[in-house]
Ligand binder design. Structure first.
Ligand code: ZN
Length: 322
């Protein structure tokens, strides 16, 4: 069976260095909700943080593997070169001021497809953008002191894929994943999922003379795309295999299930199911308040907790570090 078209970005996962610094930046400065503190299921010696909107909706979720002491990577070809969040058009001035107050240089990157772009980096140098757009929906934003709801981050706007050539990636996005071509702005080619919503856009920037990127802190590890359920995911798996891609088996990530493959330009793609979501192992009102472990690691909890760096989580604010 042919799978249904991809409905947008599910999550983006990147590498960070210091866990506390990463956690504080995304929760306190950007005002995202800490949805989950768990470990890298393939490497339980390191944390895996999930941030997003209050509901943890697909299309709002940015995740990190924080590796203490990790050296910086280099953003380049074959990587996601910018992670872009949506805010209401009137919110950009608020963010320019807020970032400046926090001594985070923010650069006006002008207009892109008629929308204003503000560019900055996180503490590990990861490129981030805010785009002011009428499509930003603040209904499910997370409430944080100092950020009025009408200015809060409303999930992803888009991601930029930096590629040496764009044709093969464009073919995958359009012919297989079912995105439609929106338009071109110099060397930037825009595609969109037909289902409107957070993270429905992806830009491919063609950089034939650029250098390849190198993975490290401040660099995106992979980008995941949305599919509705397990049946659709099986169809995706079989369809991509039939098209000649090396696709991983379907993996249980507790909050969704996943398959992985490399797109022609070298970026690691994942296709993840919309459910079951972040309330699969915690109460929806108390997400991210303790270390969540999958069943198969629960028997090793004490050893895993002792090996991980201690953290001050957002719900402990004002209390002393454990
Ligand atoms: Zn992922």
């Amino acid at each position: 069976m042919k799978p249904n078209p991809i409905t947008g970005i599910h999550h983006i996962t990147a590498i960070a260095s210091d866990p506390q610094q990463n956690l504080d930046f995304y929760t306190q400065v950007l005002g995202l909700r800490l949805l989950k503190v768990t470990v890298n299921f393939d490497d339980p010696g390191s944390y895996h943080f999930y941030f997003g909107n209050s509901a943890g909706s697909p299309g709002s979720v940015l995740t990190f593997f924080p590796w203490p002491g990790a050296s910086r990577g280099t953003v380049g070809n074959g990587q996601v070169s910018a992670t872009t969040f949506a805010v209401r058009p009137g919110a950009l001035e608020f963010w320019r001021d807020r970032l400046t107050e926090q001594r985070i240089p923010a650069e006006d990157a002008g207009q892109r497809f008629g929308e204003t772009v503000l560019r900055f980096v996180d503490p590990d140098g990861m490129p981030l953008e805010l785009v002011g757009t009428d499509d930003a929906n603040p209904d499910a934003t997370y409430s944080v002191e100092g950020i009025p709801q009408q200015h809060a981050i409303c999930g992803f706007h888009s991601a930029t894929l930096l590629e040496e050539g764009y044709e093969s990636t464009a073919h995958l996005l359009q012919q297989l994943m079912g995105l439609r071509f929106v338009g071109r702005d110099e060397n930037r080619f825009r595609y969109a999922a037909s289902a409107a919503g957070a993270g429905a856009i992806v830009d491919v920037v063609c950089s034939p003379d650029g250098r390849r990127g190198r993975l490290g802190a401040g660099v995106v590890h992979h980008i995941a795309w949305r599919t509705s359920d397990a049946t659709q995911q099986k169809n995706w798996h079989d369809d991509l295999v039939a098209e000649g891609f090396n696709v991983s088996p379907i993996m249980d990530r507790i909050y969704f299930s996943s398959i992985y493959f490399r797109e022609p330009g070298g970026i690691l793609f994942e296709i993840a199911t919309d459910g079951p979501g972040f309330a699969a192992d915690e109460l929806a009102d108390h997400l991210g308040e303790r270390l969540a472990l999958p069943q198969w690691l629960e028997s090793r909890r004490t050893a895993i907790e002792q090996a991980l760096p201690s953290l001050t989580l957002p719900h402990m604010a004002g209390k002393s570090r454990p």
